[in-house]
Write a protein that binds this ligand. Structure first.
Ligand code: GLV
Ligand code: MG
Length: 304
């Protein structure tokens, strides 16, 4: 999920060429207050005229404590609603904020003669209140497609004593300071069948650091992570795809399980040294689905 500042025509151009699944064109923290109006125009133009083939097109508006949000939504959706897939609402603190955006989108869609309900919402969770309310936020609108973590704002809001987003705060050696937050988001997202996306890693040149932090979220079950720079794109695509070995194994389990349950009519069976059953099939499906989505090919076949 590539972050693109709406104030930069050059980045809006470049973003179209990068192999990412989603772009979000930013009106919020990557855009200075005095550049917001211009950024809205740039974004409408880039959505209408750009080639975003194969990418989910998203705009991040300003949060509801500012004066900008309503104009962000109205200008972008009236100007380019049919070229837009979703809106990210940042710093969401409770469900009423999502309901507000849902209602505004419905009114604009009706006014413009667009399909009502097509434009989705991603809720970004960036402070303690948002995290504590995350279950009701996640269930607050049919338009919701994803929960997105905002680690920089989050760390600031809880007074975590660190300046490096994604890394452990100095002095904390007992475990992973992010574990609770990531798990909390994951549970709320899965409860409501939403995707869940990890936020940015700001040390752009440290691609190994990016990989390490991305692996943590991918291992827990996150669906993706932000990238801020072309250098991070390859690492993200690699980390969020299964290894060839895991992908092969997952497809093998699915094939073997199908054979044992239908041909041999057995619910549990041995595959090499491993016992597989219905729960193994479900785990294998998760890995296989990610591999298929990434266009991976099998290099092994099952023989009974
Ligand atoms: C992103 O918005 C962040 O606050 O980390
Ligand atoms: Mg933020």
């Amino acid at each position: 999920m590539l972050a693109v500042p709406g104030s930069s025509p050059r980045f809006l151009e470049k973003a179209q060429t990068l192999p990412v699944d989603e772009v979000f064109l930013d009106l919020e923290d990557a855009v200075a207050p005095l550049a917001k109006q211009e950024a809205r125009k740039n974004i409408v133009g880039a959505l209408r005229e750009g080639d975003w083939t194969g990418k989910t097109r998203v705009v991040r508006v300003n949060d509801l404590t500012t004066q900008w949000t309503y104009r962000d939504v109205i200008e972008v959706v009236e100007g380019a609603g049919e070229f837009l897939d979703a809106i990210i609402l940042p710093k969401v603190q409770d469900s009423t904020e999502v309901v507000w955006l849902d209602t505004l989108l419905t009114q604009i869609e009706k006014t413009m003669g667009m399909e009502v309900g097509r434009i989705g919402i991603e809720a970004q969770i960036e402070n303690a209140r948002g995290l504590v309310n995350v279950d009701t936020i996640a269930g607050s609108s049919k338009r919701l497609e994803a929960l997105v973590f905002g680690p920089a704002d989050f760390m600031a809001s809880i007074n975590m004593r660190t300046l490096v987003v994604g890394e452990q705060p100095p002095g904390y050696t007992e475990g992973d300071a992010y574990h609770y937050i990531l798990m909390r988001l994951l549970m709320a997202a899965r409860m409501h069948d939403l995707q869940v996306i990890d936020g940015p890693y700001l040390q752009i040149k440290d691609v190994e650091g990016y990989r390490r932090v991305a692996r943590r979220a991918a291992a827990l079950g996150f669906d993706g992570k932000w990238v801020l720079h072309p250098l991070q794109v390859e690492a993200a695509n690699e980390v969020f795809s299964p290894s060839q070995e895991d992908y092969d194994r997952a497809e093998l389990i699915l094939e073997a399980y199908e054979y044992y349950t239908t041909v041999e009519k057995r619910g549990a069976a041995m595959l090499g040294d491993e016992m597989i059953d219905e729960a193994s099939r479900k785990m294998a499906l998760v890995v296989a689905a990610k591999g298929r989505a990434a266009g991976m090919r099998r290099t092994q076949r099952f023989t009974p």
